[in-house]
Design a protein around this ligand. Structure first.
Ligand SMILES: Cc1cc2nc3c(=O)[nH]c(=O)nc-3n(C[C@H](O)[C@H](O)[C@H](O)COP(=O)(O)O)c2cc1C
Length: 177
């Protein structure tokens, strides 16, 4: 079983990015399990003085979850042309560890226009030595959609197939490493 950890960079209750990662978890192909990490909002602000034996429990849980996973998927909004602070904070807790090193990762997108955040996140994750999957990116346009419409869009057969195919391609990428 290929274990994938999916992280949404949005803390909003009605987040489209969180809806997308939840839908990925529901549509995982056989042999692949997607688990959602939803505790970015509980992480303390990263401080290098709090590493090693002083690592806060919530940060240790994130690091452990990424370490255990065979691959990581991230879906994140763009704030002021950048990566949301909560997600960057979560990634910062992993910078000086081994969790990210050679860890397969795939970015998926819920907003077609968030090109600055996509580029910045890819640069950050490559710098952290994630093995970024650069096959065709999954993009499902959910920008501005409210939950009922988001759910309807994510349940459309073409989108279910797109999620299934993206996960299969990522699982192949993981298995081939
Ligand atoms: C404070 C703030 C700043 C934003 N800045 C941008 C931006 O620079 N570029 C952009 O495309 N969208 C921007 N947006 C819109 C969000 O990226 C967009 O609504 C996204 O779909 C929200 O994701 P979510 O539904 O997962 O919370 C911003 C939204 C907020 C709240």
């Amino acid at each position: 079983m290929i274990e994938i950890l999916a992280i949404s960079g949005s803390l909003r209750a009605a987040s489209t990015n969180s809806a997308l990662v939840a839908a990925l978890a529901r549509n995982a192909p056989p042999g692949c399990r997607v688990t959602v990490y939803d505790a970015l909002g509980r992480l303390p602000i990263f401080n290098p003085d709090e590493e090693g034996e002083r690592t806060p429990a919530e940060a240790a849980r994130l690091i452990e979850a990424v370490t255990r996973a065979d691959g990581v998927i991230v879906s994140c909004p763009e704030y002021a042309h950048g990566v949301p602070g909560g997600l960057k904070n979560g990634l910062d807790w992993m910078v000086s560890r081994d969790a990210a090193v050679d860890k397969p990762a795939m970015l998926v997108h819920a907003s077609p226009r968030s090109l600055f955040a996509r580029a910045a996140l890819a640069e950050i994750m490559r710098t952290m030595s994630f093995a970024l999957y650069d096959g065709g990116a999954l993009e499902i346009a959910l920008l501005g959609k409210k939950p009922p419409e988001t759910d309807t869009i994510l349940a459309e057969p073409t989108n279910v197939l797109a999620m299934h195919n993206a996960l299969s391609a990522f699982a192949d990428f993981i298995a081939g490493r």
